[in-house]
Design a protein around this ligand. Structure first.
Ligand SMILES: Nc1ncnc2c1ncn2[C@@H]1O[C@H](COP(=O)(O)OP(=O)(O)O)[C@@H](O)[C@H]1O
Ligand SMILES: [Mg+2]
Length: 331
């Protein structure tokens, strides 16, 4: 196992048998775009429990979007497989809702038309009124009721992104896959939508896999944060368990000493370890040893200068999460 002095309490990655209980299982996934080039990523293994919120962080180009697209059934892996609910994923399905980095709206339909189109696909038996009411709820959720009759060309980038988010939620997929969904939003809107996301996940126990480059967003939202090493031959090198209390809020979480330990751990990974792991896995002569596996870490439980306890026992089970209080309810 690759390691260095800054790696805090480490537990072995869940065994394959344990992953068998996961709702979503990714096994030995790899992707190679060109035969004469090394794979973008390989040896990617993880499981996601039902109702769990997982964030993925890694440098640009390490293959995050490709992994998400394979999970969505939109792209084929070169090796390995993905199972959801014990069934192998071999194509797109309404069971997996996707929110892309850039919106993917139907340009000839209004906001409510885009929502209704998705809701009708999911519930073909619903009356027009049921579809309209359901759509309106989610349009309101993202604060776009006043723009419901507008077409995508009449909306700002942030507004279009919010329509995409509302559409994904309205379909209530078994798994929500989001690729940097809030990256294009201004900070205020992002905060409001993050809070809505927490509230909906709390209500619906939505299972989420989300790519983000924002470590604070990951600490706020995620139960576990997957850290990918740099490509080529990238992999999920570390799984950081978020041990902050579930009722954390954007306003309060920085008062918890765990927050800085987790945040520093994530930043250290991005600044130093992601690159060193990649070097180690590409060079037999590297001074750091690397077995190519995934380690689970609990940096929040590390006290300065004190060895952390055997971490798994100290990690709270998934519990219901309270809605996040809005900062000044500014929106
Ligand atoms: N269709 C493609 N053909 C060739 N290379 C691709 C293709 N799509 C992505 N790549 C390459 O695969 C790597 C991973 O891409 P991507 O999954 O988009 O990374 P990330 O989302 O982590 O930034 C990048 O180096 C990218 O250039
Ligand atoms: Mg990407």
């Amino acid at each position: 196992m690759w390691n260095d002095a800054s790696t805090p309490s480490v537990a072995a990655a869940p065994a394959a048998a344990e992953r068998g209980q996961d709702f979503l299982v990714v096994e030995n996934l790899s992707k190679r775009y060109r035969a004469d080039q090394p794979p973008v990523f390989e040896n990617v293994n993880f499981g996601i429990r039902k109702g769990e919120f997982v964030c993925v962080i890694g440098h640009s180009g390490c293959g995050k979007s490709t992994i998400l697209n394979v999970m969505a059934g939109l792209e084929e892996a070169s090796g390995g497989c993905v199972f959801m609910d014990k069934r192998e994923i071999d194509g797109p399905s309404l069971d997996r809702g996707v929110v892309f980095q850039s919106h993917a709206l139907l340009p000839w339909l209004t906001v409510e038309g885009n929502l209704a189109f998705a809701v009708r696909s999911r519930h073909p038996e619903w009356s027009a009124q049921q579809v309209a009411e359901h759509s309106a709820r989610y349009i309101e959720m993202v604060g776009l009721s006043a723009a419901a009759k507008k077409k995508p060309t009449e909306l700002s980038g942030g507004m279009k992104q919010r329509v995409g988010i509302a559409r994904a939620f309205a379909v209530a997929p078994k798994m929500l896959l989001m690729d940097e969904p809030f990256g294009a939003l201004d900070a205020l809107t992002r905060g409001v939508i993050q809070d809505e996301l927490v509230r909906i996940c709390e209500e619906t126990h939505q299972t989420v896999f989300m790519i983000t480059h924002d470590v604070d967003e990951a600490i706020l939202l995620a139960d576990r944060i997957f850290l990918m090493s740099n490509g080529p031959r990238a992999r999920v090198a570390e799984i950081v368990v978020n041990t902050l209390p579930r009722d954390r809020t954007r306003d309060s979480m920085h008062h918890d000493p765990q927050y800085y330990r987790i945040r520093n751990h994530l930043l250290d990974f991005l600044v130093r370890r992601s690159h060193r792991i990649q070097q180690a896995s590409n060079s037999a002569a590297a001074e750091v040893q690397d077995t190519g596996g995934t380690v689970t870490v609990y940096p929040g439980l590390e006290e300065e200068g004190v060895a952390a306890p055997s971490a798994p026992a100290a990690v709270p089970e998934l519990v219901r999460r309270e809605p996040i209080a809005l900062a000044g309810k500014a929106a």
